[in-house]
Design a protein around this ligand. Structure first.
Ligand SMILES: [Zn+2]
Ligand SMILES: [Zn+2]
Length: 419
């Protein structure tokens, strides 16, 4: 950072959907509600709204800009009442046609401003059946999407990279198989997803070329900021975000805050035939109760399989990997050296604590201001004054990681186990 630029810490959740555009998202997930909730109870300084290129969302953003509620920043991003910066984006679904492909996957496209967003939306309308809906299947390839984003001054992050449905590593087996390394300059990070953390992802050598991000993928207001990142930037702008993800010019990611990956919905493998999760050491890639049983491969299990295969596509002949381009080394990294990663702080959202229902949650948020304050600052005695000693002890045990967790699998969240 140059002289005169004071670094500041900004908390960023870069993957939030909009109701009415993402079909599974709650109706009250409007642009205004996201901004108010994120700046208020969630304590965020930056949010990525990832359905912003849908025409109804674009129209709403235009209205808010005209009304002075949103102000376009010279460094990119839209400032909301000088409290929070909105980064507009679009989650797109692309098909991976290569050998060993298991289906489509998702990319998060981020753009600096409304003009670029509008241009992207115009292009997107020629690529999908219904541009008013979220994450529609593109006719374009991943490489084309990255090239278009780059041309508009944007960048791309593969979404929930390891999840069995719509994760790039599930579909293509490696980032390089789906996005040629010569385009990686426009792909600063991969999103870990709820079922993975830094330690797990670092088993794959290819990912040394990328930063990680932890985002909520929120489909409702309460789930905003269940995962987020702390960034050191000179200002909360699009340009500064991009620098922080690239860990360039003194900007950095300071930490990730996210679910204990065992709480994620796809942490372990699940047998659809037996309708039960597969336990035991990873990788679990076949049901012990019968050959040919249909599995949903867990994120932990997939990472172990990919790592054992050298990070290359599974089930793909070795002759397929003749990429002539060597991936560029990550910033500040000697070739072969392991990239230094910011800490990944596990947190257990209050909604996962047995006994914390909606009313209790409201009481806690009213007393302490934000979920972050409850999870990171309130003492056990202070908690007990609001929710009583039993629940206070339970919340405190969850904060300290002193709880047993049954892993999530097959689309069912993990849970805390009380003894
Ligand atoms: Zn997605
Ligand atoms: Zn089975």
């Amino acid at each position: 950072m140059s002289r005169g630029e004071q670094p500041q810490v900004v908390y960023a959740d870069l993957h939030i959907h909009l109701g009415g555009i993402k079909m599974a998202a709650a109706r009250d997930l409007t642009v205004e509600n996201i901004l108010a909730e994120s700046a208020g109870r969630k304590g965020l300084g930056m949010v990525g709204i990832i359905d912003a290129a849908a025409p109804p969302a674009l129209a709403r953003l235009r209205e808010l800009a005209r009304a002075g509620e949103l102000e376009e920043l010279p460094g990119g991003g839209l400032r909301y009442r000088d409290r929070l910066t909105l980064i507009p984006g679009s989650e797109v679904e692309v098909w991976h046609p290569g050998p060993g492909s298991t289906g489509p996957f998702h990319l998060l496209v981020y753009l600096p401003g409304l003009r670029e967003l509008e241009e992207f939306a115009r292009w997107q309308a020629t690529q999908v059946k219904n541009p008013c809906l979220s994450t529609q299947r593109h006719r374009a390839s991943a490489a084309e999407v990255v090239a278009v984003a780059a041309e508009l001054g944007g960048f791309v992050i593969p979404a929930h990279a390891f999840t069995p449905y719509k994760g790039i590593l599930a579909a293509a087996g490696s980032v390089a198989a789906a996005i040629p390394p010569e385009l990686w300059a426009h792909v600063p990070a991969v999103e870990l997803g709820l079922s993975a953390d830094t330690e797990m992802a670092d088993r794959l050598p290819e990912l040394q070329a990328f930063a990680y991000v932890a985002n909520s993928d929120a489909h409702s207001l309460p789930r905003i900021a269940r995962e987020y990142n702390a960034l050191a930037v000179a200002a909360p702008t699009f340009r500064e975000l991009h620098l922080a993800l690239r860990e360039a010019e003194g900007r950095a990611i300071l930490a990730h805050y996210g679910l204990d990956p065992r709480l994620g919905k796809y942490h372990r493998s699940y047998c659809l035939t037996c309708d039960r999760p597969l336990e035991g050491p990873p990788p679990q890639d076949a049901c012990p109760r019968g050959p040919g049983h249909r599995l949903v491969l867990g994120v932990l299990d997939r990472i172990h399989l990919l790592a054992a295969a050298g990070g290359e596509p599974l089930g793909t002949p070795a002759t397929h990997q003749e990429s002539p381009v060597t991936p560029p080394p990550a910033p500040h990294q000697a070739p072969g050296a392991r990239r230094r990663r910011p800490p990944y702080v596990h947190q257990i959202p209050l909604a996962f604590v047995p006994g914390v229902g909606r009313r209790t949650l409201d009481r806690l948020l009213e007393a302490f201001g934000s979920e972050m304050a409850v999870l990171h600052r309130a003492t056990r005695e202070e908690l007990a004054e609001v929710v009583g000693p039993v629940l206070a002890e339970r919340i405190d045990a969850a904060r300290r990681g002193a709880v047993a967790i049954a892993s999530g699998a097959g689309g069912i969240y993990g849970r805390l186990v009380l003894d």
